[in-house]
Structure formats: structure tokens, C-alpha cells
Design a protein around this ligand. Structure first.
Ligand SMILES: [Ca+2]
Ligand SMILES: [Ca+2]
Ligand SMILES: [Ca+2]
Length: 481
């Protein structure tokens, strides 16, 4: 069943790219990162080998239009399937081409490249100078980013002359599941060292010469194993932002209610989870910050990340943008309310809910159980929602846009600076900034919030360094026209 689907995918790719384009794609699957110079070099070598002209711009574009050239990674299973379809006669050619590019791509004499630039620099490959001796080398291995090519099982197997199969990755995956990615990386390195020592040429030569490289590729593909937020594309539209004057429990800062026009954009279906945050840290992003989960570790991976400041949230979207090549960001306040209302005009997207007794089906707020545990909660929902603290994302019903937990679970950071009222607010989706921005907006209320604060129009604000157990975020993404 699975094999069949891979077969069909490969056939479809062959059909759309043509025989040469498909051959080229198979060669590109060796390397974990998508690098323009590497792609071009492989295309030129392959063209020579099969006796045709080097690929032209249209052929490059056909390749770059494929989804993983935009997202920055190719699924492992597809990489394996493509490599197994590469003509065995071409395997050595591809290996040599990659080695050449990594080792021999030196800045030309007299060029304005900075002096002492490392090998590979001209090819845009970010490389680290080799260490002398085993202990120095080992230190470098251990310091290498988890997503570096030297940790990519497919790449390593291929470069030592072995066409990898699914079984070659199974051990790695099992270890990752059992011990987390860091430890699996440790365990994989001795295997890799043994492979190096056992090979007379090829990678061994590459690893022991003075020009030993530890390419620390940014933008490489092991991202396939790293969870990133699932996005929902929202259509352009118009809505009334803020609450009407007669809405019960409203606050002044929700005035004046005003009409806002929103361009199409994408927003996370869920709040960013601990698993997604950890992926950023494991990859060297998010300033290495590991927020406390308050000991709520049942289903920790699926719970929304908490104890993150606005600055932390910004670090996450910066990492995600660099990793994927797509422009991720925090939502503007107007975008957030548009997404939360999803076409509705009532206090909550599920209705006016005057007695707060319907909330428990739709949102994780402070409920009867929360009041028993946290005595200072005053008004709570007159029902039980099953979660005294955070709930795994997506535990409650989706709004008409298919988004979950817009109301409740955790507060969500917004890009905008805080304003006491909507007087002078933009009439479109733009972020509203001021010169002196002491506070940033947060929206949606949390598991700790009174029902009033879960209303679609409710607004709050915190200093950008502030963090607590009820505050997280969700990402947005610009859709280019
Ligand atoms: Ca609750
Ligand atoms: Ca929320
Ligand atoms: Ca308010």
C-alpha cells in the first residue's frame, strides 16, 4: 500500500519533470539541505554524463517549483525512494560531485572573498574548519547541529557507497523515540566513525585530509522529523472589530467598534505546542530557552507551550522562517480577531452564551474544577470542561474557520503594541505600532480566565518580557499574492 503510493509519486514526478529532470531530482535527494550551487553542480555533471547540454533556466525552475524546494525539506521516505531509482552507474558520479563541491570549492585567488574563507564557501556552504586529532574531531561532531548532514543517515550511507533502505533509518527512529533526538545523535556517531574507519577512500579521505569539513548546513531537511505548526489559509474578508456598545461584560478598550478589511493569510490551526517549541531549541533556535511546563507533563508534547514571553515567541517565528523559507510571524491584532470570530458577530463564536454554561464544549477556560483547585477564581463557567490547567491543543471544537482554542487554553501573543482604545486603529490587517511600545497585546483568554475574558472582543496586554503559565502564542504566515 505504502510502496504503491511511493511508486505513484515517483511516476508522477517523472512525468512532470521528464526523464532528465527526474534523474536530477534523484541526485539531489542525496544531500539533506537544498542548496542552489549543489543542485546546479549536480545538474551539470549529470548532463555531461548522459551526453546532453546542461540544464537551462526552465529546467531549474521546474525543480524549484516542487513543494520541498519551498518548504526546505524533503520527506525521508521520498528521498529513499528517489535514491533507489537512480541508475547504479551514476551513483559514484553523484558522490564525487558532492565531495568536490564540499572540499574543492575554494574562493578564487584575487577574489574579494574574505581571506581564509573556508572550503565550500564559494558554493554557499557553511563549513567549519577541521580539528586536528581525534578528540578535537569528536568535539566537533558533538557540537554539530542535530540537522547537519553528518547526522543525516541517508546522506552518510550514500556517501560511504551504500544505497540506503528503510531499515537503515529504523534504528535511528526507534532510538529517537526512546531517548529523544539528542541521544540518538550520540549513538549514531560511533556508527558513523566506524563507517569512516572502514572505508579506504571516499568519505575517509574527505574526513582525514587537512580540508576535512564539517558542513553545518542551515536549512537542511531533517526538518522532516521536526514538527512544525499546521496552518489554515483564511480567505480575505471584512468584519466588525471590537464589541457593540450593548454587549454584556464588555470593556472600554473594545471601542470604537470599527470595520476592518483583511487580506488572505494563514494562521496556525492550534497554539504552538511544546513539541514544536522543543524542535526549535533542538535545532539551535529559540535562544536555547526551555520553558517550564509547570510539571503538567501528561501529553506534554501536545500541550501549548507556556512561560514564553513575546520576545521568545518572536525568536520562534524567526527560526521557523529561516528553516522553511516562508514568512512566519505573529498575527496582527486585527487578523487574530478576524480568525477568532470566523464570520460570527456574537460574544463567542458559539453564540452569546449568556449563562456561560455552554463554554465547556467549545473552550478550555476556568470551570467548576478550576475553582475548586484555584480558590481565588471568582466567576467561572457553570460547567466542567475536563481540564483544570492547559489541555492538549485541539481538544475542543473548531470554529467555522477550522481553528481550535482561539478562545481559551492559553493567551496568545499578538504582534501589535497596546492601545487603550481603537481610536485611530488601522482599517486593514496591518500591525498597529507606536513609537514607544511598552506593552504588547495578548488575546483569547486561557484555562485560568473568567468567561468574560474568553469573549472574541476581549483584549489584554503584557510587557514583552513577561511570561507565565497561561500565556503562549500561535503563528501566522503571509501568503504572497
Ligand atoms: Ca478548564
Ligand atoms: Ca488560545
Ligand atoms: Ca481589556
Amino acid at each position: 500500500m505504502y510502496e504503491e503510493r511511493m511508486e505513484q509519486t515517483c511516476e508522477a514526478l517523472k512525468h512532470s519533470l521528464g526523464p532528465f529532470g527526474f534523474l536530477w531530482l534523484c541526485a539531489c535527494a542525496v544531500y539533506p539541505g537544498l542548496r542552489f550551487p549543489l543542485t546546479t553542480a549536480l545538474g551539470t555533471r549529470l548532463a555531461q554524463a548522459v551526453g546532453r547540454k546542461p540544464p537551462d533556466e526552465d529546467e531549474h525552475l521546474a525543480l524549484f517549483r516542487l513543494p520541498w524546494f519551498r518548504t526546505g525539506w524533503m520527506p525521508e521516505e521520498l528521498r529513499l525512494a528517489l535514491l533507489r531509482r537512480l541508475d547504479p552507474g551514476l551513483h559514484q558520479l553523484v558522490r564525487t560531485a558532492i565531495e568536490d563541491l564540499l572540499v574543492n570549492s575554494q574562493p578564487a585567488a584575487g577574489s574579494d572573498a574574505r581571506p581564509g574563507a573556508p572550503p565550500g564557501a564559494m558554493a554557499g556552504l557553511d563549513v567549519v574548519r577541521p580539528a586536528r586529532g581525534w578528540s578535537g574531531r569528536l568535539r566537533l561532531w558533538l557540537a554539530a547541529p542535530a540537522a547537519g548532514p553528518e547526522q543525516d543517515a541517508i546522506f552518510v550511507h550514500y556517501m560511504i557507497g551504500k544505497v540506503p533502505g528503510p531499515a537503515d533509518l529504523a534504528l535511528n527512529r526507534a532510538l529517537s523515540r526512546l531517548f529523544g533526538t539528542r541521544l540518538a545523535g550520540w549513538l549514531d556517531r560511533p556508527t558513523l566513525m566506524a563507517a569512516l574507519a572502514a572505508t579506504g577512500a571516499g568519505l575517509l579521505a574527505w574526513a582525514t585530509t587537512d580540508s576535512l569539513l564539517l558542513p553545518a548546513m542551515r536549512g537542511s531537511t531533517v526538518l522532516a522529523e521536526r514538527p512544525i505548526p499546521q496552518m489554515v489559509a483564511l480567505p480575505a474578508g471584512e468584519f466588525w472589530m471590537g464589541s457593540p456598545d450593548d454587549e454584556p461584560e464588555r470593556e472600554k478598550d473594545e471601542s470604537p467598534r470599527h470595520r476592518v478589511k483583511i487580506a488572505a493569510f494563514a494562521i496556525g490551526k492550534y497554539e504552538v505546542t511544546f513539541a514544536e517549541w522543543d524542535a526549535c531549541v533542538d535545532d539551535g533556535g529559540c535562544n536555547g530557552y526551555r520553558p517550564s511546563d509547570e510539571g503538567w507533563d501528561t501529553d506534554r508534547d501536545r500541550r501549548p507551550v507556556i512561560n514564553v514571553s513575546w520576545n521568545h515567541a518572536k525568536a520562534y517565528v524567526t527560526w521557523l522562517t529561516a528553516r522553511t523559507g516562508q514568512s512566519y510571524r505573529l498575527p496582527s491584532e486585527a487578523e487574530w480577531e478576524y480568525a477568532a470570530r470566523a464570520g460570527t458577530v456574537t460574544r463567542y463564536w458559539w453564540g452569546n452564551d449568556p449563562g456561560h454554561d455552554r463554554q465547556c464544549e467549545f473552550a478550555n477556560g476556568a470551570d467548576a474544577a478550576a475553582k475548586e483547585k484555584y480558590k481565588d477564581r471568582t466567576t467561572v463557567a457553570a460547567c466542567r470542561d475536563g481540564h483544570t490547567e492547559t489541555a492538549p491543543v485541539g481538544s475542543f471544537r473548531a470554529n467555522p474557520f477550522g481553528l481550535q482554542d482561539m478562545a481559551g487554553n492559553v493567551w496568545e501573543w499578538i504582534e501589535d503594541c497596546w492601545h487603550e482604545s481603537y481610536a485611530g486603529a488601522p482599517s486593514n490587517e496591518q500591525v498597529w505600532m507606536t513609537d514607544n511600545c511598552e506593552y504588547r497585546v495578548a488575546r483569547g483568554g486561557s484555562w485560568f480566565s473568567n468567561p468574560r475574558n474568553l469573549r472574541a472582543a476581549y483584549r489584554d496586554y503584557f510587557a514583552p518580557e513577561f511570561r507565565n503559565f497561561a500565556l503562549g502564542f500561535r503563528v501566522a504566515r503571509t501568503i504572497s499574492p
